[in-house]
Design a protein around this ligand. Structure first.
Ligand SMILES: *Cc1c(COP(=O)(O)O)cnc(C)c1O
Length: 387
């Protein structure tokens, strides 16, 4: 298997080699790597809920009551009342009729999209969609038509150009995972309606983040009830501080997914500790909207500091701030220099982002202190000036 060595060498030559950083300890937004404590600016724990004592305790209780695993697919013997309780709560949170929880967000995308469209159907996919959405579209074997990022006119043109009676699905994200900008949900929903298309909205990063009460895109855009042609997807593993994915939809769609989404049918039910942790996290979000406020003030503070040092933080105030450096090598170097200054931000390179757009992808959390955010800005300024 000499070829593996060659492949790895090739990856390394392009400064694209990836390795697993070992986190030795974790305390809120601080992590210990190679015996050093660092401020973590690349976690998706936007509300600081993963280490909340109530969330941890809920997980522990569920472990004792239900065991460490669901031990079977939901359809066999792994469907606990706890799963149904979470689904009910998520449906209420997103104002949909029903919800179906999957083992991860990745699997929710694979399973749902493959169930929604098949051979000869059409998918209209935003060019910046997450890898899990791209994989899901490929797996579905539908014809995939990629449209320029959030370009509503281009999308409309492409919809107009197809003469097909088959199903049409527009796939977009709420907050784009690598650029941090917010979707044009309202406009896209209108265009979809006009052309009889369904809309699949991945709210991995907008759940718990957008809207006054963190309900996501619809709340943010003031859309009171989810349109009938909309399928909402989200993950429990970001702002909810747990693990697992979900689809919020109609009761009928839920029945359909239970019967057709292969990643749901052929995978063990989500483990009880994660289910209970997510349930508790939802409670905390409902009871403490000030967490969302704290996240917002951290975002505003970080954006102001970055602007001061000449870094443009992107169009929308979201917790994802890309600092695009372009080359792979310079981005790696920036990440390493920040590490030396006690700041942990990963270098994001292709294929996570397009060629020549490598970046530091900064993510903010309600758990960050203003002091940590100032240190981040100072470290970035020093790197910037040294270039
Ligand atoms: C993280 C992410 C997912 C996958 O969610 P997991 O629960 O981590 O598997 C899906 N879509 C987007 C846009 C994401 O950022």
């Amino acid at each position: 298997m000499e070829w593996i060595k060659k492949e790895l060498q090739q990856i390394k030559r392009q400064s694209l080699l990836r390795s697993l950083p070992e986190i030795e300890k974790k305390s809120g937004a601080r992590i210990k790597i190679r015996d050093r404590w660092l401020s973590n600016f690349c976690s998706n724990d936007y509300l600081g809920l993963a280490n909340d004592p109530r969330v941890i305790s809920a997980g522990q209780k569920a472990l004792s009551k239900w065991g460490a695993s669901a031990c079977a697919s939901r359809l066999v013997s792994g469907n606990f009342s706890l799963h149904l309780e979470l689904e009910e709560k998520l449906a209420k949170f997103k104002k949909t009729e029903a919800c179906l929880v999957f083992p991860t967000g990745y699997l929710a995308n694979l399973g749902a999209i493959r169930a929604l469209v098949g051979r000869d159907d059409l998918v209209f996919s935003d060019e910046l969609n997450h890898a899990s959405l791209i994989d899901a579209c490929r797996l579905s074997r539908a014809r995939v038509i990629i449209f320029p990022h959030s370009d509503i006119n281009a999308l409309e043109r492409k919809l107009k150009n197809v003469r097909s009676r088959r199903r049409k699905l527009i796939v977009i994200e709420g907050i784009y995972s690598m650029d941090g900008d917010i979707t044009l949900a309202q406009e896209i929903l209108e265009v979809a309606e006009k052309f009889g298309a369904m809309v699949y909205l991945d709210e991995a990063h907008s759940t718990g983040v957008l809207g006054k009460r963190g309900k996501g895109c619809l709340e943010y855009f003031g859309i009171a009830t989810p349109p009938k042609n909309l399928i909402l997807m989200g993950t429990l593993s970001k702002a909810l501080g747990s693990q697992g994915g979900f689809i919020c939809c109609s009761k009928r769609m839920r029945d359909y997914l239970i019967n057709t989404a292969r990643s749901f049918i052929f995978s063990t039910g989500l483990n009880p500790a994660s289910v209970a942790a997510a349930l508790q996290a939802l409670e905390v979000i409902e009871e403490e909207p000030e967490r969302i406020e704290k996240l917002r003030s951290n975002i505003a503070f970080a954006r102001a500091l970055l602007k001061k040092i000449g870094i443009k933080p992107g169009p929308d105030p979201t917790p994802i701030i890309p600092v695009i450096l372009g080359g792979n090598e310079i981005t790696l170097r920036a990440s390493q220099e920040l590490f030396q200054k006690g700041i942990f931000v990963q270098a994001i390179r292709p294929p996570s982002v397009p060629q020549n757009s490598s970046r530091l992808r900064i993510t903010l959390s309600a758990a960050h202190t203003p002091k940590q955010i100032s240190s981040l800005a100072n470290a970035l300024a020093e790197f910037w000036e040294s270039q």
